[in-house]
Design a protein around this ligand. Structure first.
Ligand SMILES: Cc1cc2nc3c(=O)[nH]c(=O)nc-3n(C[C@H](O)[C@H](O)[C@H](O)COP(=O)(O)OP(=O)(O)OC[C@H]3O[C@@H](n4cnc5c(N)ncnc54)[C@H](O)[C@@H]3O)c2cc1C
Length: 545
């Protein structure tokens, strides 16, 4: 196996934009669970925020982001994000992304793309590719990577753990800063764990929506990078800030599908089973109230009535043909499950959507461990603070992948010597007796997180969740040290740890702010602070039971 200049774990917008930049300077390995059709990037419908209109300004985009972030954004990083926006769009276009163009009349005014306005933005600044922006970006990046001889992509290769000094052969350990040398990853097809070494390792593994029973995230979003970094000794930050999208299509047992805010913008009304427009009592904007307020109100109504979902009524919003024209994809999705939205209410439920926290990084996406970087949703740059402004996250991936590369080039890390490291210990020999032990634990985690660590939290619920998770975590730890490696086990181990990190972070925050709402501390405190967690050196997590 070759030793690389950079290893990238993950192939969404963060991972592939990093790989394409780094490939100009050296050999890059991309490890991924699945190259196309997986992760959040390809699911993004809305678009990517950037100041592209001379009538808009960087100062306004910065202010909108800070306002959404509820006092917890890092201002200098928000400025980096926003200032670099137009160049990031140009990079994506250079890599082959085709965004929807402005009309000739608007182009003549110096605005190249059709710009849409979204909630929380004071100006039209969302660059998009019809309503499938993420798919188009992902397609372009994959095509560009496939054409690049300096990038090697290994699919079906879930990373398991980071390689650190403790994986060195006896006598090879060095004193000095804590470093990362690469990753161990499972080669699923050959059923073998491989050691991959590189001068720098970049975690781009996306979010952790799978920790919740209802999520808009893909099945690969299991927080692997966050968990790996934490186990290796890096800090994680602000994990209590999980953004819930208020409306996803309720269809138990099927992958969740986002029902965009645009439907409520078009006149859709949220109702309970009895037909009551419950938002009327909650907010002056009724069904069009801000995302977090709608999500909380739906959650409260579900808990009050014991119903598993609420409904979005579009029946007064136009004929079938009109609705089909405005919302072709959503209309088709509903129809495929027997709902004609011009005649029937759409069953909806909030869903875990975006993790604002993640691996703590500096303004160059460097973690606390030498030669380890984190970019995209897996990282916590602080640009989202306590609540993300819509369409800022795709931008974050492109902007901070460049910052990470520049820092790597400046620090010029050297490729590690393979002979100094141990291959994966094959201490696990027998397959798990039954896979139900994994699927059942997964169900428990997801329902615990949904009911106790969801949109509305309390000290009692968080304590309950912590207790449940402790038991599951102990079982997973034992399984990890007993049974052969398989994707389910890798993901479950990471998901359990991330769930625990979310609970612990939520328990530390004795206030309500942004996405974190605790009925025992309903007010926002004056002092704003970040929640930082690190693994104690003595943790039993690192030892064989
Ligand atoms: C339905 C939906 C709609 C959205 N709409 C928008 C929008 O309009 N605008 C916007 O800005 N944001 C949007 N977001 C958020 C945005 O899409 C994500 O934050 C962003 O795409 C994250 O990119 P990423 O590269 O960090 O991660 P992802 O795109 O999620 O990619 C993660 C990658 O990591 C890989 N991976 C995971 N674990 C491992 C492992 N252990 N080993 C190897 N590989 C691994 C996965 O296979 C995947 O390739 C939306 C999100 C969702 C879910």
């Amino acid at each position: 196996m070759a030793v690389y200049d950079c290893i990238v774990v993950g192939s969404g917008i963060a991972g592939l934009s990093f790989a394409l930049r780094a490939a100009k300077h050296g050999k890059v390995l991309v490890l991924t669970k699945q190259l196309s059709g997986a992760g959040s990037t390809h699911l993004a419908q809305g678009g990517i925020a950037s100041v592209m209109d001379p009538a808009d300004s960087v100062a306004r985009h910065v202010q909108d982001t800070l306002t959404a972030g509820a006092g917890l954004c890092r201002r200098n990083r928000v400025e980096i994000l926003v200032e670099r926006g137009p160049e990031a769009i140009r990079d994506l276009v250079d890599w082959g992304a085709r965004f929807t163009k402005a009309t000739a009349r608007v182009r003549a005014l110096g605005v190249p793309f059709d710009l849409v306005r979204e909630g929380g933005h004071s100006s039209s600044r969302i660059v998009h590719a019809e309503d499938s922006t993420g798919q188009e970006i992902q397609r372009a990046l994959i095509d560009a990577v496939r054409r690049n001889a300096n990038v090697t992509v290994l699919e079906n290769a879930p990373a398991i753990d980071l390689i650190t000094a403790k994986h060195m052969r006896p006598g090879q350990r060095e004193n000095g800063p804590r470093r990362v040398y690469g990753v161990y990853a499972l080669d699923v097809k050959r059923n073998r764990v491989e050691m991959h070494l590189a001068a720098a390792t970049v975690l781009c593994t996306g979010g952790v929506g799978q920790a919740y029973a209802h999520t808009t995230n893909d099945s690969v979003s299991t927080g692997d990078g966050i968990a790996m970094a934490y186990r290796a000794g890096a800090a994680v930050e602000d994990m209590e800030f999980m953004q819930f999208h208020p409306t996803s299509f309720y269809n138990p047992g099927q992958p969740t599908y986002l029902i965009s805010e645009a439907l409520r913008g078009h006149g859709g009304v949220l109702r309970n089973k009895r037909g009551e427009a419950f938002m009327n009592k909650v907010h002056p904007l009724k069904s069009l109230a801000p995302r977090d307020i709608v999500a909380r109100a739906i959650d409260a109504e579900m808990k009050r009535t014991g119903q598993p979902c609420m409904y979005l009524d579009m029946t007064q919003c136009g004929s079938r043909a009109e609705l089909q024209k405005h919302f072709p994809n959503i209309h088709q999705h509903c129809l495929s499950f027997g709902i004609d939205m011009s005649k029937q209410w759409i069953p909806v439920v909030p869903a875990a959507h975006f993790m604002c926290g993640g691996v703590k990084v500096d303004s160059d996406s460097a973690t606390e461990l030498e030669n380890l970087y984190a970019v995209g949703e897996a990282s916590c740059t602080g640009v989202h603070g306590a609540n993300r402004l819509g369409s800022n996250s795709l931008l974050e991936g492109v902007v901070f992948s460049e910052r990470a590369l520049n820092r790597i080039l400046k620090s010029a890390p050297v490729r590690p010597d393979r002979r100094r490291f141990r291959e994966w210990d094959s201490f696990k020999f027998k397959p798990a007796p039954e896979t139900i032990i994994y699927s059942h634990s997964l169900e428990l985690i997801r329902s615990t997180m949904w009911h106790y660590v969801g949109i509305v939290r309390s000290d009692f619920r968080l304590a309950r969740a912590a207790e449940f998770l402790r038991v599951i975590s102990r079982h997973i730890h034992e399984d990890y040290w007993s049974f052969s490696m398989e994707p389910n086990l890798i993901e479950l181990r990471n998901l359990t740890l991330c769930a625990e990190l979310i609970v612990r972070s939520a328990q530390r925050r004795k206030e309500s702010r942004g996405l974190h709402y605790n009925v025992d501390y309903p007010k926002t405190s004056v002092a704003s602070r970040h929640t930082v967690l690190r693994l104690p050196a003595s943790s039993s997590r690192l030892r064989r039971p």
